[in-house]
Design a protein around this ligand. Structure first.
Ligand code: NAP
Length: 304
């Protein structure tokens, strides 16, 4: 019987593993792809306390090495289900390769940024296209950029970028915003922000780096906008469907839990971007990992 299975080897999952393994728990991390989660693709991280600058790869590798040195094991296999065994108060975790029995589970599967689905989008990531203004905005100081989306993330990204960039276009597919009115008001007052409404991005061009985007308006007309940065903020998709039988999800698919990272099922905890929360950053993922592991440690002591 394993003490705790952590599903997902991103920042939240690996931080949870460091805390659990250091407590002496038999800790297994299950990861379907590569360790590191979203951050492994970031060229530079400049907003994680303690590191003036570090690449996503270096950061993720250091976390992985620290988790393993702490005593956690990592196995690359996709989790397909988690079921509670009421009689024994344990959990069965099935993967594509194995069936495990565990006393506690921490879900840290993260969320993926929704993509626009426009040609060249994947190719231009890191060459002008970004899904995180807070992470990459500072690299576009003095440049013209665009943000796509109409939710709070897009509105806040546009406000944030307007302090760095010479011009920010906010492109939204409708004429009213899903995000809060107070952010819209702030944007309307900014001289270097242009609100482009009723339009979607249909083209991305540039050879080595992003040079221009094409937007198509709902009336069928098109316009080319020269920009060096395009920040896509059209929502996220958490990777949680396979856990709907054991934890409560909100309408967006996020696992419902407060800052204590406890789900509605005793013994199942959630950490990082797949949890219901407002701020999804590396620092808050690490914070969740620590909190979820400490909650799990406390739970296991009470249920010994
Ligand atoms: P969101 O609220 O789901 O908004 C996504 C936006 O992208 C919507 O405006 C949507 O348009 C647009 N969109 C979706 N697919 C698109 C596509 N293919 N092409 C063009 N536009 C597309 O996502 P979010 O802004 O990331 O926010 C997620 C959650 O976190 C929300 O609950 C939000 O309130 C919360 N949040 C809160 C704060 C805060 O400070 N309180 C900050 C950030 C986020 P439509 O509106 O037409 O559907």
């Amino acid at each position: 019987m394993i003490d705790v299975i952590i599903i997902g080897a991103g920042t939240a999952g690996m931080t949870a593993a460091i805390y659990a393994a250091r407590e002496g728990l038999d800790t297994l991390i299950l990861e379907k792809k590569v360790y590191g989660g979203q951050i492994i693709n970031s060229l530079k991280i400049e907003n994680y306390p303690g590191f003036k600058e570090i690449s996503g790869y270096e950061f993720a590798t250091a976390l992985y090495e620290q988790a393993v040195a702490s005593g956690a094991k990592l196995s690359f296999e996709e989790t397909v289900s988690v079921d509670k065994n009421e009689a024994s108060n344990t959990f069965t975790v099935k993967t594509t390769a194995n069936i495990y029995e565990t006393r506690a589970v921490i879900i840290a599967t993260g969320a993926e940024h929704r993509k626009l689905g426009v040609a060249k989008e994947d190719e231009m990531v890191g060459k002008g296209i970004s899904y995180c203004a807070t992470c990459d905005g500072a690299f576009f100081r003095g440049k013209d950029t665009a943000v796509v989306g109409g939710g709070n993330t897009a509105l806040q990204d546009a406000i944030f970028l307007s302090d760095y960039c010479s011009k920010v276009y906010l492109i939204h597919r409708r004429d009213s915003y899903r995000g809060e009115e107070r952010y819209v008001k702030q944007l309307e007052e900014k001289k270097n922000v242009e609100l482009v409404k009723n339009a979607v991005v249909t083209g991305i061009s540039g050879t080595d780096m992003l040079e221009e985007i094409t937007v198509k308006f709902n009336d069928g007309t098109e316009k080319k906008i020269p920009v060096e940065g395009l920040f896509v903020a059209v929502g996220q998709m958490p990777d949680t469907k396979q856990f709907a039988n054991v934890v409560q999800l909100d309408e967006g698919g996020y696992i419902i839990a407060g800052e204590d990272c406890k789900t509605n099922t005793e013994g199942v905890f959630v950490a990082g971007d797949c949890r219901t929360k407002d701020v999804r950053q590396l620092t808050t993922a690490a914070s969740d990992g620590a909190v979820a592991a400490l909650s799990a440690i406390h739970y296991l002591k009470l249920n010994n």
